[in-house]
Design a protein around this ligand. Structure first.
Ligand code: ADP
Length: 547
């Protein structure tokens, strides 16, 4: 299943003949170099996280051929991005920009429109343009990964942290554009941006924030990474989770390094759930909790240690609660239901007093237990959590993929208010839907003071079309059932973007009509990432592309 011969020749972009495609490819090759335009006519190889494909979705939930590119283009500079965009307008070929393309679980590097061209920015545009130690900020190109930025800061011995997601191989810039999250106090990646440079769908270059004002003698504006806004409307937001521009540079604030202490609480009963959420809320609102903590069901203790489902369970159905309990009792945290992973920051005295306040709250739940990393064996996940929560990128969570053979995963990520009863409503929908479709349930809640990113990971076997179809049905039902109760997703896989976008339909879909208005003005030929986040340009809209 990982490498399959193609079902046909190259999947062409919509409404483009093979002659025109050949002409177009030659023209672009002449402009940016033969080797930088690669036609996708070879077998599709899923690879793995490190050697991920940039031709299709490595974690396919439909047939591989349904989300596949016609070619991949590797621009080496902003000018080459502009040249490629002008070329795409001439031939009306859709471009799908990626930075690294490890957006696995949300569509990977696949273009939403089959036959689109993947614009792989990261391969050649991966410079760290600046790290300003005094301002504690950086400017990066699309191909800079968390690992890359981390290593550079270590090499220069700067007292700065980065903020990494659970897995550190992605693009700093790409993850921020998709509004991903991390786990230091700077975990809101888009919120900690400062200044962007973009190529618009007509090829024009735009700088946002203070970068809109030229610096003296042609230099970058000296305030670009100091203040997020310019004069007038703040437009940065419309370039996140959209298809309005290609980001070629982006600035970020970096956290100065500080003391930190990660820890874990466990809670014995599944039904402690509401009380845990209600205890977290004031601690988070008062900023006593140092970061966005994770609340995980104990079943995840197995995933992060690379365990296989077959070690605990016979047959294809989900593990039973008793099986989870028996297996958990042999793990370091013991038999429990929920595990809370948090981190406190600052000097040791300050951390100690913060922990006293937090312990006083969580010990209100009978049977709760507190663990420091030193209480647990060196291979326990809490040690990896301590790294992530202090800005050190890791790959530990890839071990999830061992759960089933040919393992792949798909995220379901609704937002709930931080209130026990609302979290329970979402949780009940998710539990029932997983049961109906026979999937193990792996909820991780990233709990802030007012909202929860309720993230659950559906793990499936890519070689089983029946299981993939079931995962798709599970997603579709959860999206609809949550929306009926007022809960919507913060992000989703490419294939569910239309459905999720259609749930944000207040006042006759005023939001989508606004997005479409902007799209049609900026991108009249509809060349940039048609369909991304459910936004279709006029040329495609209402013509059967929406899923
Ligand atoms: P990762 O950072 O995890 O490797 P990607 O590079 O795939 O992820 O980025 C996530 C998504 O964000 C992409 O699928 C794409 O839609 C969008 N994106 C990424 N980089 C850019 C960019 N430079 N300009 C515009 N959109 C981008």
């Amino acid at each position: 299943p990982v490498s399959r011969p193609r079902k046909g020749p190259v999947r062409l972009p919509p409404d483009v003949s093979s002659e025109d495609f050949e002409t177009a490819v030659k023209e672009l090759q002449a402009a940016i170099g033969d080797e930088n335009v690669e036609v996708n006519d070879k077998a599709l190889v899923d690879g793995w996280y490190i050697e991920h494909p940039n031709t299709h979705d490595a974690f396919h939930i439909v047939d591989q051929e349904e989300l596949v590119s016609s070619a991949t283009v590797y621009p080496g500079s902003t000018e080459e991005v502009q040249a490629t965009v002008r070329w795409a307008n001439k031939f009306k070929i859709p471009l799908y920009p990626i930075s690294i393309g490890r957006n696995l679980g949300y569509g990977g590097a696949a273009p939403r429109v089959p036959g689109g061209i993947v614009l792989d920015l990261g391969r050649r545009m991966h410079q760290i343009i600046n790290i300003d130690a005094d301002n504690a900020s950086c400017v990066v190109e699309p191909g800079v990964t968390y690992f890359g930025l981390y290593e550079e800061i270590q090499n220069r011995k700067l007292p700065l942290w980065i903020d990494t997601p659970d897995i550190g191989g992605g693009s700093v810039l790409g993850n921020a554009i998709d509004r991903g999250v991390g786990y230091t106090p700077y975990g809101d990646h888009f919120g900690n941006r400062c200044g962007m440079e973009l190529v618009l769908p007509n090829g024009e270059l735009l700088r946002t924030g203070m970068g809109a004002m030229p610096g003296p003698n042609g230099s970058d504006n000296p305030t670009w990474q100091s203040f997020q806004h310019a004069f007038g409307p703040s437009i940065d937001g419309i370039f996140s989770q959209s298809n309005f521009g290609i980001v070629t540079k982006m600035g970020f604030h970096l956290m100065p390094e500080t003391g930190h202490q990660s820890y874990c609480f466990t809670f014995p009963r599944d039904d402690d759930f509401e009380q845990i959420v209600d205890l977290i809320r004031p601690l988070a609102q008062k900023r006593i909790l140092g970061n966005i903590p994770q609340l995980r069901h104990v079943i995840q203790e197995f995933n992060v240690t690379g365990k296989r489902k077959a070690d605990f369970h016979n047959g294809s159905g989900p593990m039973t609660r008793d099986e989870i309990r028996t297996a958990a009792s042999k793990m370091p945290l013991g038999d429990c239901s929920w595990a809370f992973y948090g981190t406190q920051y600052g000097p040791p005295e300050s951390i100690a007093s913060q922990l006293e306040v937090i312990k006083a709250e969580f010990t209100k739940i009978e049977g709760s237990r507190f663990f420091l990393p030193s209480d647990l064996p060196p291979e326990h996940y809490l040690h990896d959590r301590a790294k992530v929560c202090s800005g050190v990128p890791v790959l530990r969570e890839l071990e999830w993929l061992n759960w089933v053979p040919n393992g792949a995963h798909l995220f379901f990520s609704p937002i709930a208010p931080t209130r026990g009863k609302d979290a329970r409503t979402v949780h009940d929908v998710v539990v029932a839907a997983h049961k109906r479709h026979g999937f193990d349930l792996f909820p991780t809640l990233c709990v802030a003071g007012r909202e929860i990113h309720y993230i659950t990971n559906i793990i499936y076997d890519r070689s089983q079309p029946e299981m993939k179809a079931r995962a798709v049905r599970l997603m579709r039902e959860m999206i609809d059932e949550c929306a009926a109760k007022g809960f919507g997703e913060y992000r989703t896989h490419l294939l569910f973007a239309d459905q999720v976008a259609s749930t944000y339909n207040w006042n006759n879909s005023a939001l989508m009509r606004f997005n479409e208005t902007i799209k049609d003005v900026l991108d009249p030929n509809g060349i940039l990432a048609p369909g991304r986040n459910g936004i279709w340009p006029k040329r495609f809209r209402g013509k059967g592309w929406e899923l």
